[in-house]
Design a protein around this ligand. Structure first.
Ligand SMILES: NC(=O)c1ccc[n+]([C@@H]2O[C@H](COP(=O)([O-])OP(=O)(O)OC[C@H]3O[C@@H](n4cnc5c(N)ncnc54)[C@H](O)[C@@H]3O)[C@@H](O)[C@H]2O)c1
Length: 372
């Protein structure tokens, strides 16, 4: 999609407000203050004391703070917003920023539901501002290396991820209906779309909660996704599995016509294939610092970045399809998830310009793929 570029003829850094001064907000503040490409203009949080504490922790107690990201950005002359609020606040905070003429770099998930995510994609169109989702694994150099290997395997039959860990978080994850699928699995789901360069067609998922689980919701999930072209992606995970824990990225296998690529999630992936050595993986970016660099470059150049909202929505749709499949006890088509979310988005939309953008879509798939 085309969006308004923010040129810098003088090479001055982009002035940003970070909104959300929680655990992940602090990680972003570290990255923002270490970057030469951006300058921290202020910190916003509904809890202004939390914003003040975050500023003090950077030895910047004089930094402007506030409860509202747009008001703070306008007061400080900021040019963009980094949204690290809780998922339920992603839609209102990002919509307000885009409407005020501020591009947004937002934490995953794009929103708390696919319907709200579609509204955000339409809001980006209506305002002509860039909204990029930071899905941190996209900028993991080992994932890029695995993608380069995958491209050498010919047709791919199966991709699998095994994820088995036993974290005791306390807090909201312990109370959610689907903590593993909703809070964690979006990372590998986004990664498999990136690896294959294709989109999911259907999901078949079972979730359950082992008797010893310390979560209220289902901590175990096994899902099979069919992708365009017939590749199956198998996700097998648990968040209450003590012993022999996998890495936080899980353990990956890509099984193709000409061989297999393996990744333990922590060290460089390995290729066992007729084709010999993998091509050099190319990514100059790493983690959320990489996402920030890509965001600034996109704003300077006007070129659409990986993670632009339209392109990101299908990762959340995989989560929603898996949850719906587990509830229904049958396979669920991604197109049905999208159509249902689209109807909900139209019904719930408060803004006329966003509704007009949504109404102009010929189909949700086409709109997300950038085709009108
Ligand atoms: N990429 C990753 O690996 C990763 C890891 C952890 C969290 N996250 C994501 O980061 C986001 C934040 O997670 P967290 O763990 O920091 O949460 P958190 O609860 O620690 O912090 C969220 C902060 O947002 C503030 N907030 C809520 N609504 C707001 C609003 N409308 N306006 C301004 N401030 C508001 C809260 O007061 C709180 O201080 C979530 O989307 C989460 O999924 C990503």
């Amino acid at each position: 999609m085309t969006f308004r570029a923010v040129a810098s003829s003088t090479g001055e850094p982009l002035r940003v407000v970070v909104v959300g001064a929680g655990a992940m907000g602090r990680a972003w503040l570290g990255v923002v203050t270490a970057s030469e490409e951006v300058e921290l203009a202020g910190i916003a949080d509904l809890d202004v004391a939390a914003a003040q504490e975050a500023a003090a922790s950077l030895d910047r107690a004089e930094l402007p703070v506030g409860s509202d990201a747009v008001e703070l950005a306008q007061r400080t002359g900021a040019q963009a917003v980094i949204n690290v609020t809780v998922p339920e606040a992603h839609h209102p905070v990002t919509t307000a920023a885009l409407t005020a003429g501020l591009p947004v770099l937002g934490e995953k998930p794009v929103a708390e539901s696919v319907s709200r995510a579609l509204s955000l994609a339409a809001a980006a169109e209506a305002t002509g501002e860039l909204f990029m989702v930071s899905q941190s694994r996209r900028w993991n150099p080992q994932v890029s290396a695995l993608k380069a290997m995958t491209q050498q395997l010919g047709a791919v039959g199966t991709v699998s991820t095994e994820f088995f860990r036993a974290p005791h978080f306390g807090g909201f994850r312990d109370e959610m209906a689907h903590p593993l699928l909703v809070d964690m699995a979006i990372h590998p789901f986004d990664s498999v779309r990136f690896l294959l360069g294709s989109e999911p067609v259907s999901a078949w998922c079972q979730t359950w909660n082992p008797p010893w689980s310390w979560y209220a919701g289902d901590a175990n999930a096994t899902a099979v996704f069919e992708f365009e072209g017939g590749t199956r992606y198998v996700y097998n995970g648990s968040w209450c599995s003590p012993g022999a824990e996998t890495s936080w990225n899980g353990v990956w296998r890509v099984s193709g016509e000409k061989g297999t690529a393996l990744w333990d999630g922590d060290t460089d992936p390995v290729l066992e294939a007729e084709v010999g050595d993998a091509a050099e993986a190319s990514t100059a970016y790493d983690g959320i610092a990489g996402a920030l660099q890509v965001f600034v470059q996109a704003l300077r150049s006007g070129e659409t970045p990986s993670g632009e909202v339209h392109e990101n929505v299908m990762s959340l749709a995989m989560v929603e399809a898996a949850v719906q499949s587990a509830g229904a006890g049958r396979a669920v088509r991604l197109d049905d998830v999208l159509e249902r979310a689209y109807d909900e988005a139209l019904q719930a939309e408060q803004r006329e310009d966003v509704r007009a953008a949504l109404t102009g879509w010929s189909s949700v798939r086409a709109a997300l793929a950038g085709v009108r």
